[in-house]
Design a protein around this ligand. Structure first.
Ligand code: GLN
Length: 279
């Protein structure tokens, strides 16, 4: 069978199961199965596919048909223009999170210490270190050892120098930071069942579940952030689209000033930020 035929069949199979992104995913899986670039694929659509590649494609398609996220199957994903490893047990970086990166980048200055809580794949911290000014010192923490291993490998592959530490939020930390970023689990527990199958069945629940009202981690972070921020230091937290008012109130009550909520590119509340001052 030719590449064109095989990918057309793969697309039909995913479409028949109403798999989101069927056409794109069927092609991406083929590129991954054959280890080939889009350019070489496009130039050789009429070429015959080897049995080995066809078999590998078949098993990858079956995983996608069962709604496993494309990124876990091909082992990679894109964030802020860079390729990151995607691994089961570690939340796949979301496009929406680029809004948090943008917001924090505007406040980075040479020599600052950055702390990224719930670092996951490390995509926020690594991107800030690579996009920000010189001489930043970056720390990332996560409760998950799988996440830390993935973040460390992402940092190494992308040439970012960062320190990663296993810690439940601030627990294992000391010292002060100029910028704290965090994309904590923020989905109310009762909403998890209603998520897309890709997220609900394959992504780590500990990276999603924000407990009963989804706000557990914002409360915990607001309670301690003041001890870990320098005077005038800033907190940037990703939030769910419905959480702007509540997280704003939590931050204001914790003593943050200039609290603001920033929208993502689709116009939904996505980031809460504020300045810490010891008045
Ligand atoms: N934005 C993620 C989602 O859509 C949730 C990530 C999180 O809880 N931090 O599934």
């Amino acid at each position: 069978m030719t590449k064109r035929e095989l990918v057309a069949r793969g697309t039909e199979r995913l479409l028949a199961l109403a798999v989101p992104g069927a056409e794109y995913d069927a092609r991406e899986l083929f590129l991954a199965a054959g280890g080939e670039s889009l350019a070489s694929y496009a130039a050789g659509l009429a070429d015959e596919v080897s049995e080995e590649v066809a078999a590998r494609y078949e098993s990858m398609l079956a995983r996608r048909a069962a709604r496993e996220p494309l990124q876990y199957i091909i082992g990679k994903c894109w964030f802020y223009g860079r390729e990151f490893l995607a691994r089961k047990g570690v939340l796949i970086p979301r496009f929406d999170t680029e809004t948090l990166v943008e917001a924090a980048l505007g406040h980075l200055k040479a020599g600052m210490r950055i702390l990224d809580l719930c670092t996951g794949s490390g995509c926020i911290l690594i991107t800030l270190l690579l996009e920000g000014p010189e001489k930043l010192e970056g720390w990332g923490t996560d409760l998950s050892a799988d996440a830390l291993a993935c973040a460390e490998e992402n940092a190494r592959r992308l040439g970012a120098e960062a320190f990663f530490l296993q810690s439940d939020l601030f627990r294992q930390l000391d010292g002060k930071y100029d910028i704290i970023t965090v994309n904590p689990p923020y989905i109310p527990s009762s909403d998890i069942e209603g998520l897309d199958a890709e997220v609900r069945d394959y992504e780590p629940r500990m990276a999603l579940d924000g407990r009963a009202d989804g706000l557990h981690f914002y409360r915990a972070i607001c309670a301690d952030a003041g001890r870990f921020l320098t005077e005038g230091g800033r907190l940037f937290a990703e939030i769910g689209a419905e959480q702007g008012a509540e997280v704003r109130a939590l931050m204001e009550r914790a003593g943050f000033q200039e609290v603001d909520v920033v929208r993502d590119l689709s116009g939904r509340d996505r980031v809460a930020l504020g300045v810490f001052r010891n008045v």
